[in-house]
Design a protein around this ligand. Structure first.
Ligand SMILES: Cc1ncc(COP(=O)(O)O)c(C=O)c1O
Length: 380
């Protein structure tokens, strides 16, 4: 069986060879527990400390502001449930947006069950949050504003710096889920003005099962998991040293490659878009035309089901309908619905995302296969 062209880098990325090489000695040899005070432990501790520095450097934070976690979902839960727990006697309100990943929306809904008030701010037809809508939602008792940096399904980049300035002027803590942004666009905690920021290793060529939460010094935050003293009491549990070493190396690579990466990803994404648009009349772009991740192309094929189209093309292309996490369900994307996109257009949507290994040949092959599949499945 031939291997389909992989164009689903927003779902996950392969592990970079440099990352695999960096991890290898920590799988095979250096197995120590970073909390042990002997030589084995010290070697592991040094590796974790080095990785923490590399992660901090990627986002312009300090190493002691990085909490290493098991994934982005965990980092988001720690940010949302942790800040609200720390502020629960003084504040009772949280603001988020309608296009957040479930790893943000679900903890917010949990808070609502627990008596918090949660305002879910709407987005425009490009998937953007209007900072003024956030300003309008802010209250004296707003504990936290959590707005993602870039959307996983349509790639729209949110005006987080503007939102953060407004929220912080009202005394709210600001979190952004940057799981999709790291490695694709510059991510700098000072420029964004955020207090907390989430990263996911497997979205930028590290392994799955590792992430990080940036926590600006002084941010009120209580742990969600309780146990021993790891990660300054904020995330107990023995560190996953190999995965953390990989996260560090991936962060180093992402920082080094960013200028080139953005150009490469955009060039291939746009050439795919042009090839599709040339053969599919009335192909519609979902997401902001400019304020968008350079690798993300979400398009609606007219008179077709995106699911049927991808099934028809599956031997040639691996892309997705939207978020990988609800690829099994039949409902249309909540993100597209929040953008006011109707059922017909939403059901024809396909998310294609390019990555560092993507080539011109792959893009041409994928475009041909998607156009053929559309011609096969379209309704006449
Ligand atoms: C924006 C965003 N946040 C959070 C996550 C969750 O990442 P993980 O499943 O690694 O916890 C994802 C994964 O798709 C994502 O795209």
């Amino acid at each position: 069986m031939k291997t389909p062209v992989y164009l689903d880098y927003n779902a996950t990325t392969p592990v970079a060879p440099e990352v695999a090489d960096a991890i290898d000695p920590y799988l095979r040899e250096h197995f120590g527990n970073p909390s042990s005070s002997h030589a084995y432990g010290r070697r592991a501790r040094e590796a974790v400390d080095r990785a923490r520095k590399q992660v901090a450097a990627l986002i312009g934070g300090r190493p002691d502001e990085i909490v290493l976690t098991g994934c982005a979902t965990e980092a988001n839960n720690l940010a949302i449930l942790g800040v609200t727990r720390a502020l629960r006697t003084a504040r009772r309100h949280v603001v988020t947006s309608a296009v957040e990943h479930p790893a943000v929306l679900q903890p917010c809904l949990r808070l609502r069950e627990d008596g918090w008030e949660v305002t879910i701010v709407a987005v425009d037809q490009d998937g953007r949050v209007d900072p003024q809508a956030v300003a309008h939602a802010l209250r004296d008792d707003t504990a936290l504003v959590s707005i993602m940096l870039a959307n996983n399904e349509v790639g729209t980049i949110q005006p987080v710096a503007e939102i953060a300035a407004l929220a912080r002027s009202r005394g709210a803590v600001v979190h952004t889920d940057a799981a999709q942004a790291a490695g694709k666009i510059p991510v700098d905690v000072a420029a964004l003005g955020v207090d907390l920021l989430t990263l996911a290793g497997h979205k930028f060529y590290a392994t799955k099962g590792v992430g990080a939460l940036y926590v600006r010094a002084g941010t009120p935050l209580a742990p969600v998991l309780v146990g021993a003293e790891h990660e300054r009491h904020l995330r107990p549990g023995t560190e996953n040293v190999p995965a953390i070493v990989g996260l560090g190396e991936a962060a180093r690579l992402a920082r080094e490659r960013l200028p080139h990466a953005a150009v490469h990803l955009r060039k291939l994404r746009d050439s795919l878009h042009a090839l599709l648009a040339a053969s599919v009349p009335r192909l519609e772009l979902n997401g902001h035309p400019d304020h968008r991740l350079p690798n993300t192309l979400n398009v609606s094929f007219p008179r077709a089901s995106g699911r049927a189209l991808l099934e028809s093309a599956e031997g040639d292309v691996a892309a997705s309908l939207g978020a990988a996490c609800h690829a099994e369900s039949d409902s249309v994307s909540g993100v597209l619905a929040a953008m006011g996109i109707g059922y017909e257009r939403a059901s024809g949507a396909v998310r294609i995302s390019t990555g560092m290994p993507t080539t011109e040949d792959e893009v041409r092959h994928a475009a041909r296969a998607l156009v053929d599949a559309w011609r096969t499945v379209r309704r006449t």
